[in-house]
Design a binder for this molecule. Sequence first.
Ligand SMILES: [Zn+2]
Length: 186
Amino acid sequence: MSDTSLAFMGYPLLRQAEMFLTVPALERWRTEHSLAFPQECCVCLRPVQRFLTVHAPPGWLGFLRREQILEGVPHCEEHGRQDEAQLLVQVNVWSEWVCQFSLIGLNAEFLSKTRQLNQTGDMVPPWKAFPGYESTSSGWRQGNGEYWLVHVWSSFWRSLPPAERQQYTQRWEAPSEWRSWLMEFS
Ligand SMILES: [Zn+2]
């Protein structure tokens, strides 16, 4: 959920935004290989003229067709002259429902808007995010499980008013051991 300058790495113009996709964003990613983007150039915020694709970096098989990571990245005429989008993307799939995106680009406002657009709707509940973990698992106190619970899910949960927490619990059919866990979680 951070938005940081990469000046410390020697790239003062580059900005980085990290996000975990909500369910609607994850479904868009799976079906369209894209994200929700503001309809403005990712470099200068002028009106969009072209949509470009981010490809995986060429590896030793780089002579083959490079894998497309992300499609539909908006560009203006001037910044869309190349075939490659002016955005770097790193995707870390932690589980079927937990997907971390790092976006590296030239415009902090574009990155920030993109992050907001892909943070609408539900974050999956813990029992879906890490199906191997019981509510009492030590996995919630270390590694990816802890990181996700502390930095991603808990802020989502705290943003919900009580009535919506109730609906969320029903919508995701919380198992009984998780119902009591949710009531105690604040
Ligand atoms: Zn532009």
